[in-house]
Design a binder for this molecule. Structure first.
Ligand SMILES: C[S@@+](CC[C@H](N)C(=O)[O-])C[C@H]1O[C@@H](n2cnc3c(N)ncnc32)[C@H](O)[C@@H]1O
Length: 283
């Protein structure tokens, strides 16, 4: 997102997909706030992406369900007490997955965060105080400094969720943010994020549908800037010493029990990274 632009439209779009996925007959998760938060504008943006990229709803659902499971594992089994959501958009995990003694930090570009807080204020019953709200522009600010200013501890482990954000950053911002996470977090922490392949980011050699998807997202004001076919070298250079990646076909197989070639999960991946080998129990 450009520093001068207003609130993220892709954040509203994925919120609309969360609302839809919550209505599945057998949902992988239920987000009771997504419908109202996304509003008609969020659904409209999502509808226009559907024709270009039909697997988006499924991709989103798998991503959200997998990360929800990570949050549960961190807090219930590994006693992690800090959950950081970087580029939070309209994320509702602080409301959906609260635990006594666990602090959720929502970090986002100021424009998106202001819009989210406005929308939350109109939702009756939403536990606004379940999260600490931290503004940060990853293109020019240090997320660890910003978090610490809001009470985050760098000597306690954290789960850092960086969902749906990396593709929209410049490589410089990805490197700067990842470096600060690798060196600034307690080494027992884990960072989880999704990323897209190099081809989608560069726009070179894409088929017509993928090109249309890339153009549409760009038209929303958030062009896809960064992609990689192998995150390990960058994560290593930034200071991480444990990396795992997972593709969405693997995730779909695990969560839905099947594989379908035409799902078009060609360029989407998840990564887990830690400053050192995590304690037993991390995935
Ligand atoms: C596709 S949305 C994802 C929102 C949320 N994580 C989710 O998955 O529902 C992209 C998010 O990245 C944030 N973002 C993009 N560029 C940013 C930047 N330079 N600094 C901080 N946040 C940024 C946007 O504000 C937005 O919240």
């Amino acid at each position: 997102m450009d520093t001068t632009s207003s609130a993220s439209k892709t954040a509203l779009m994925v919120c609309a997909y969360r609302a839809r996925a919550s209505r599945w007959e057998k949902p992988l998760f239920v987000d009771p706030y997504a419908e109202a938060l996304a509003g008609a504008d969020g659904h409209e943006i999502a509808k226009l992406l559907d024709t270009r990229f039909p697997p988006m709803e499924l991709w989103l659902a798998l991503r959200v369900a997998y990360i929800d499971r990570l949050v549960g594992l961190a807090v219930d089994q590994l006693s992690v007490r800090q959950i950081v959501i970087l580029g939070a958009g309209y994320d509702t995990r602080a409301a959906r997955l609260p635990r006594a003694g666990v602090t959720f930090f929502e970090v986002d570009h100021p424009a998106t965060q202001a819009s989210k807080r406005e929308r939350l204020a109109t939702l009756s019953g939403y536990p606004v105080d379940n999260a600490r709200y931290v503004t940060c522009n990853f293109e020019r600010e240090d997320p660890i400094d910003r978090l610490v200013a809001s009470g985050f501890s760098t000597t306690e482990p954290a789960l850092v969720v960086w969902e749906g954000v990396v593709p929209y950053l410049t490589e410089g911002a990805v490197r700067a943010t990842a470096s600060r996470l690798a060196t600034g977090l307690d080494p027992r922490s884990l960072v989880a994020f999704d990323f897209v392949g190099k081809k989608l980011a560069s726009g070179q050699g894409l088929n017509e549908k993928d090109q249309a998807t890339r153009s549409y997202v760009g038209e929303l004001g958030e062009p896809i800037r960064y992609g990689s076919d192998d995150m390990l070298p960058l994560l290593y250079e930034c200071g991480f010493r444990w990396v795992r990646t997972l593709d969405f076909n693997e995730l779909a197989l695990e969560m839905l029990g099947d594989y379908q070639r035409d799902r078009m999960f060609r360029f989407q991946h998840l990564a887990l990274a830690a400053p050192r080998t995590p304690v037993a129990g991390w995935p």
